[in-house]
Design a protein around this ligand. Structure first.
Ligand SMILES: NC(=O)c1ccc[n+]([C@@H]2O[C@H](COP(=O)([O-])OP(=O)(O)OC[C@H]3O[C@@H](n4cnc5c(N)ncnc54)[C@H](O)[C@@H]3O)[C@@H](O)[C@H]2O)c1
Length: 350
């Protein structure tokens, strides 16, 4: 495996990202830790291995299981397997497994070692770097968690070959977001030029895509590792609109579709306020459309009140005002409140 990226985080901690040349290469790397490991899978990620390691837990899949019972199951199973403080917890799965295993390892004997092996596109580009671990609690998403960066992140893009299209598109929404947040137009250009290869999940194209996306996230994390300076909140570009849509629709719309729609709204808001040019807005919306996202969707007039209420619950409020992440150009995000009438003009069908 080759180390391709290293991210410096708080307290001198750092995360190294390795890309493997094949699935066997990945497994060989994990053998370096010998027997002193404890693996966490879900029922889908477990199917990617021909034989499962002895010290392991396989959890049910899905956000609904990102809860305190699963956390307890991980900890108690690790204990039964004889795990000690120097044991390495290895999370092998999507963002749900990564977040829960990271939380368990941060709590286990006050902190065990941690390796993340993401197996969804979203988890590769978004849930590996930055050290956020969590479970959902009493209806609050990611309500209980810690900052606990993995020192090692191992990426094998062939794991994505079994990923359902819906999940792949979920990750693509975040990749496109990173393209807008990047101060260089390289990722944006790569997305424009390599759509077919990306959608066919060509190995080397995906490796480049994931690496470029992680490089963008790294920039923001290193400037604001604990999310205290407001810089990391720029990574929520499009998400205020997206969360309101998801919440209003009772989560029947997929997160990726909602994020892509939210990106479209943030770009139109930026263009409407004269922060970006019309041509920036047109090419950005066209990129989203080319990946099949319905950025022209508008909610019905009768849904506006519910949308507004959902938006007001946004976590990213300061002094009771919802701040939106907008853009002044590639890699130039800013936070600002928006008038309700303006938001309505961007979201509601005329
Ligand atoms: N820690 C962070 O910084 C961070 C960032 C973004 C998202 N997240 C969290 O990540 C979670 C979402 O992650 P996700 O989208 O990966 O969801 P997920 O983990 O639920 O995975 C999506 C689905 O794909 C299945 N799956 C996983 N790998 C597969 C594979 N290779 N082939 C076939 N099926 C596979 C899973 O079993 C699941 O059914 C949320 O809980 C979110 O809060 C965390």
């Amino acid at each position: 495996m080759e180390k391709r990226l290293s991210v410096n985080l708080q307290g001198g901690r750092h995360s190294d990202v390795y890309f493997s040349s094949s699935f066997d290469d990945l497994l060989k790397k994990t053998e370096e830790w010998g027997d002193n490991v404890f693996w966490v899978f879900d029922e889908n990620s477990a199917k990617l291995l021909f034989s499962l390691p002895e010290k392991r837990i396989v959890l049910e899949s899905g956000e609904i299981h990102k809860n305190i019972s699963s956390l307890e199951a991980i900890i108690s199973s690790a204990l039964e397997s004889g795990a000690a403080r120097d044991t390495r917890f290895i999370a092998f799965g999507g963002g749900v497994i990564l977040d829960m295993c990271a939380l368990a390892s941060s709590l286990y004997m006050r902190g065990a070692r941690l390796t993340l092996i993401p197996t969804t596109l979203l988890s590769m580009v978004d849930a590996t770097l930055g050290g956020k671990s969590a479970i959902d609690y009493k209806g609050g998403k990611n309500l209980v968690g810690t900052f606990y960066p993995a020192d090692e992140i191992l990426i094998e893009v062939s794991t994505l070959s079994t990923l359902p299209d819906k999940e792949f598109r979920c990750g693509m929404g975040e990749v496109i977001k990173h393209a807008f947040l990047s101060s260089s137009t390289e990722l944006f250009g790569f997305l424009e030029a390599n759509k077919d290869a990306i959608e066919k999940r060509d190995r080397s194209t995906l490796e480049t895509l994931v690496l470029m996306s992680l490089e963008v996230k790294k920039e923001f994390l290193e400037k604001d590792p604990l999310e205290t300076k407001g810089i990391r909140s720029f990574l929520n570009l499009g998400h205020t609109f997206a969360h309101a849509l998801e919440s209003m629709e009772g989560y029947s719309v997929s997160h990726g579709e909602a994020v892509a729609w939210g990106l479209g709204r943030a770009i139109e808001a930026s263009s409407g306020l004269g922060l970006v040019s019309q041509s920036f807005s047109t090419s950005s919306l066209n990129l989203l459309r080319s990946y099949g996202y319905d950025v022209d969707y508008r909610i019905g007039k009768d849904q506006w009140e519910a949308f507004l209420q959902a938006m007001r619950k946004d976590k990213k409020k300061s002094n009771g005002v919802v701040n939106f992440v907008l853009l002044k150009g590639f890699g130039e995000p800013l936070l600002m409140p928006l008038e309700d009438d303006f938001v309505s003009s961007l979201t509601v069908s005329p």
